[in-house]
Design a protein around this ligand. Structure first.
Ligand code: AMP
Length: 223
């Protein structure tokens, strides 16, 4: 099963994906996480990606597509994958379709999350993430704070803020989303595999609620 998480930054893609991963037993693969790992390790790819990420711009398609193509070869994702943050351009979506077709697979479901823009900014600047790469639990200082300040409830590791989670970079990340990624909504609408959901405190619906809805939708529709 191939599931894609689509949505602007801060809509809760990672949160929904991490819950679905446990419910469905298939791995979550976040291109953002892969880039951050390379940046931390100081690899050539990391140095290149950082130039784009630090400005809130997308990493070029050829680099990102190659990365995902290689990841799709690995044994742990042969039964299924939740792609979190890929594709982000029409070119990436087309290439993904080609890669999957060669494997006799297709995109089964696209979970498209939307959140009002002012909520997105508030959410991103108050986001904190567990620094333990095996855990990576996401907290929000307002909506979902840790029990002890700066410490992960689950594993006790230090919580950190992503470098690109600041007001200036968020604005350019939102621009990248509206210009380059939002056309994917229509792309997948045409394919007929789009599931859209509003994630917002105004309707009392957060990522964990949407994850429950998506899991039910998958079951009810035999996806
Ligand atoms: P994320 O963790 O998904 O918010 O991604 C963090 C950053 O990594 C983004 O702002 C982009 O700069 C880069 N990135 C992640 N996924 C992609 C992608 N599919 N295409 C291009 N750049 C990406």
């Amino acid at each position: 099963m191939v599931i894609i998480m689509l949505g602007a930054p801060g809509t809760g893609k990672g949160t929904v994906a991490s819950i679905l991963t446990k419910k469905l037993g298939i791995p979550q693969v976040s291109t953002g996480d892969i880039f951050r790992k390379h940046i931390k390790e100081g690899t050539k790819l990391g140095k290149l990606a950082e130039k784009y990420i630090s400005k809130g711009n997308l990493v070029p398609d050829d680099i990102t597509i190659g990365l995902v193509e290689n990841r799709l070869e690995e044994s742990d994702v042969q039964e299924g994958i939740i792609l979190d943050g890929f594709p982000r351009t029409v070119k990436q979506a087309e290439e993904l379709d080609n890669i999957l077709e060669k494997k006799g697979k297709k995109v089964d479901l696209v979970v498209n999350l939307t959140t009002p823009e002012e909520e997105i900014i508030e959410r991103i600047v108050s986001r904190r993430i567990c620094s333990n790469q095996e855990c990576k639990t996401v907290y929000n200082l307002i909506l979902n704070p840790p029990k002890q300040e700066g410490i992960c409830d689950k594993c006790g590791s230090e919580l950190v803020q992503r470098k690109d989670d600041n007001v200036e970079t968020v604005k350019s990340r939102l621009n990248s989303y509206f210009e380059q990624t939002s056309p994917l909504v229509e792309y997948y609408e045409k394919q007929g595999n789009l599931y859209s959901a509003l994630v917002s405190k105004t309707i009392d619906k957060l990522g964990k609620d949407v994850a429950e809805d998506v899991a039910k939708y998958i079951k009810d529709n035999n996806i």
